[in-house]
Write a protein that binds this ligand. Structure first.
Ligand code: MOS
Length: 703
């Protein structure tokens, strides 16, 4: 760790590695999570989920359960407070899954049908297990496949651009010397963050207080205010420490039913989800079925890119996994067509999961590129160089910066790509076939208006208040470094206070937009504060506070294609007797703007790449057609990469200066997973000569 002393340090804290400012608190257990913070008079809620996949609740037989020890209430559709989902929140219309206990319809297996509240968690759990719920069952449909007609509703999510067209794809395909036409599938995948979702709610002097684990406390506060028709100023949500969140920790049923129970019982109530409940209550990545058609001249120049993707959604809410959107900025072609369609089934609503869209979309398109390289007899990196655009291939907008080829050059050098024999199935080491593969990556670099307050304290330190969330990424530390540089002091002089909705509106920890958005607000306030301090005069006991709001500055940004880019490399060994694929090493080189804290940034990239490995080889949730529920919805049944599966993974970056952007940060939360599965699948082809277009690449698929 680099330390600087003195209040006039001008050396940059940003750009040098710093351990987490809350690291000691976390490893000693002093950092408390939402599920373990003690509260006086705390009651405990336990959710009961539907066992049918479609139908109606005939009765919730709470009578016998109410006489069990410690039971305080059984909430269900017949007695729960009313809420509304008729509003548009920060990220669009809320998933009606959060509007628990509002009607007797059951739209999927694992739908919340009751909350049992008791003096202890154990009592609530026992009563929840004993609670009899009777249903009128109806036939359900949970069968997702490529062949089903998918649709999309542009007005339901207008910002998503479900379909884009440029040029005449069919004509360009017909004129192409080389065509790839391939179908790819990815399975249903789940978040399972280490810390399950948990929330405590209570009323305190007319204010609703919620202690939660989320990606944006202001977001959750505003949505809860709308759901319960409350004045936003009367809701406070805090989320001090978060044990992982990749898109699932927004407004979910646990906060809503904790608020309901606290309202009914007039005491604090906590609801903690179980690992199994997370599989149906917090969203997941939809399975995808994708068709990619590429047409090229014999020298590899692309004429046509057609990417059509299908995902599922529930019958209650439309969520679009934007797989086809991945390619819109990647490769030049005379014609482009991309579309994402959905099929509504009797399943829980999917949601954002690390690189939503880009993760499955890059698997398909970057695999297809590798197939095209093979057909053209070209090196896959040379193919990408040939089709490198100088503007957004679909939008026509200039890039704010684009250093994809620099990533490939640096990656190829470090990985030893130049020595690679492109022919598949030639390298053997005992029972192992060896191969290497590569793929590109991109993720949008967005920014959203945020507010921050920076206070010069009378003792010479500074306090920053911003409704940022540190979901385990190191955001709190990154923002400390940014504030230190903006105030020209050492990081030790900064007190970073985050994750409290009372601090005001700010971007959530999502879309790889958090650090960039928050840094902008902090830098703006800090700059004004320095000007104020330069005028001289003493600091009063309450300090001097400057507040910022970046709404106008963010709105004035020039229209550009703003993206981070990356090049992924993988080496695999395939066991010819068992079909097992072992990844031997991975290398990811990224162009992701200014890297704030190299130590935690590397962890973000490696975490994403590890998840990509897991996606390529392990993860797959299987839905039982008969019951409509998942098979093995727990960490025994849902396989993911464990330590022994994860080899040497290296991540690094190239310079990527974004001159247009005053902050220069692009965001690094998601790009690490993008392209990683394709690099592995392409390496498996290089090892074996067989293309794997369906994830995960299980042993039975390899044999
Ligand atoms: Mo991320 S899927 O934007 O939390």
């Amino acid at each position: 760790m680099t330390t600087m002393t003195g209040t006039t340090a001008t050396a940059a804290a940003v750009g040098t590695g710093h351990t987490r400012v809350e690291g000691r608190a976390k490893v000693t257990g002093a950092a408390r999570y939402a599920g373990e913070i003690p509260f006086a008079e705390l009651a405990h809620g336990w959710l009961v989920l539907s066992t049918i996949a479609r139908g109606r609740i005939r009765s919730v037989e709470s009578g016998p359960v109410m006489s069990m020890p410690g039971i305080l209430a059984v909430l269900h559709h017949g007695n729960a407070p009313r809420v509304t989902t008729d509003y548009t929140g920060l990220l669009g219309r809320p998933d009606p899954t959060v509007a628990v206990f509002q009607h007797d319809r059951v739209p999927c297996a694992g739908w919340p049908v009751a909350l049992v509240v008791a003096e202890t968690s154990e009592q609530a759990r026992e009563a929840a297990a004993a609670l009899v719920v009777r249903y009128d069952d109806e036939p359900h449909d949970v069968a997702f496949s490529a062949g089903r007609p998918g649709t999309y509703t542009p007005e339901s999510s207008p910002r998503l651009q479900a379909e884009t067209r440029k040029g005449d794809v069919e004509a360009e395909l017909a004129a192409s010397a080389v065509v790839v036409d391939a179908e790819y599938t990815t399975p249903e995948e789940h978040h399972t963050s280490l810390e399950p979702h948990a929330a405590m709610a209570h009323w305190d002097g007319g204010r609703l207080e919620v202690v939660d684990s989320n990606q944006g406390s202001r977001w959750v506060a505003e949505d809860l205010a709308q759901l319960f028709s409350l004045d936003p100023a009367s809701v406070r949500v805090r989320s001090e420490h978060v044990g992982g969140a990749f898109g699932s920790k927004g407004v979910r049923p646990h906060q809503v039913c904790a608020v309901m129970a606290a309202t009914v019982l007039h005491r604090p109530v906590r609801v903690v989800l179980t690992r199994r409940q997370m599989f149906s209550l917090v969203g997941y990545r939809s399975p995808t079925a994708q068709r990619v058609r590429l047409g090229a001249d014999a020298d590899g120049r692309l004429r046509a890119v057609d990417h059509q993707a299908q995902n599922l959604t529930s019958t209650v809410h439309e969520f679009v996994e934007r797989s086809a959107a991945y390619g819109r900025v990647m490769y030049d072609a005379d014609a482009h067509h991309t579309v994402d369609r959905v099929v509504a089934l009797d399943v829980p609503t999917p949601t954002w999961m690390r690189a939503p869209g880009e993760a499955p979309g890059s698997f398909a398109l970057e695999s297809a590129l590798d197939e095209l390289a093979e057909k053209c007899g070209m090196d896959p990196i040379a193919l990408r160089e040939r089709n490198e655009p100088d503007r957004g291939p679909v939008s026509g907008l200039p890039f704010s910066s684009r250093n994809l080829l620099a990533c490939f050059r640096e990656g190829a050098r470090r990985f030893g790509w130049a020595d690679r024999d492109p022919r598949p199935g030639l390298r053997r080491e005992g029972r192992w076939l060896l191969g290497t593969g590569t793929a590109a990556a991109t993720f949008p670099s967005g920014v959203a208006p945020s507010t921050a307050a920076v206070t010069a304290e009378a003792d010479g330190t500074f306090t920053v208040r911003i409704t940022a969330a540190d979901v385990g990424t190191g955001a709190r530390t990154a923002l400390t470094l940014i504030a230190a540089d903006a105030l020209h002091v050492a990081p030790e002089h900064i007190r970073m206070r985050i994750a409290d909705s009372d601090f005001g509106q700010a971007m959530v920890a999502g879309g790889s937009m958090g650090t960039r958005s928050w840094a902008w607000a902090i830098t703006t306030a800090a700059g004004e504060l320095r000007e104020r301090l330069a005028l001289g005069g003493g600091i009063p006991p309450e300090g001097i506070t400057v507040r910022s709001d970046t709404t106008e500055a963010v709105g004035a940004l020039a229209m550009r294609e703003r993206h981070s880019f990356g090049a992924q490399f993988a080496e695999v060994a395939v066991d010819v007797s068992s079909g097992e694929v072992r990844v031997r090493r991975m290398l990811g080189i990224f162009a992701a703007g200014r890297i704030v804290n190299p130590l935690t940034a590397r962890s973000q990239f490696i975490g994403g790449m590890t998840w990509g490995l897991s996606m390529a080889l392990h993860e797959e949730a299987v839905r039982d057609q008969a019951s409509g529920a998942l098979v093995g919805a727990d960490l025994a049944g849902y396989h993911f990469a464990a330590n022994a599966d994860v080899p040497l993974i290296e991540a690094d970056w190239v310079d990527d200066t974004d001159n247009d952007d005053p902050i220069g940060i692009k965001g690094i939360g998601e790009i690490g997973i993008v392209g990683a599965a394709a690099a592995i699948a392409n390496a498996v082809w290089h090892a074996t000569g067989v293309r794997h277009r369906h994830l995960p690449i299980r042993p039975d698929r390899v044999l």
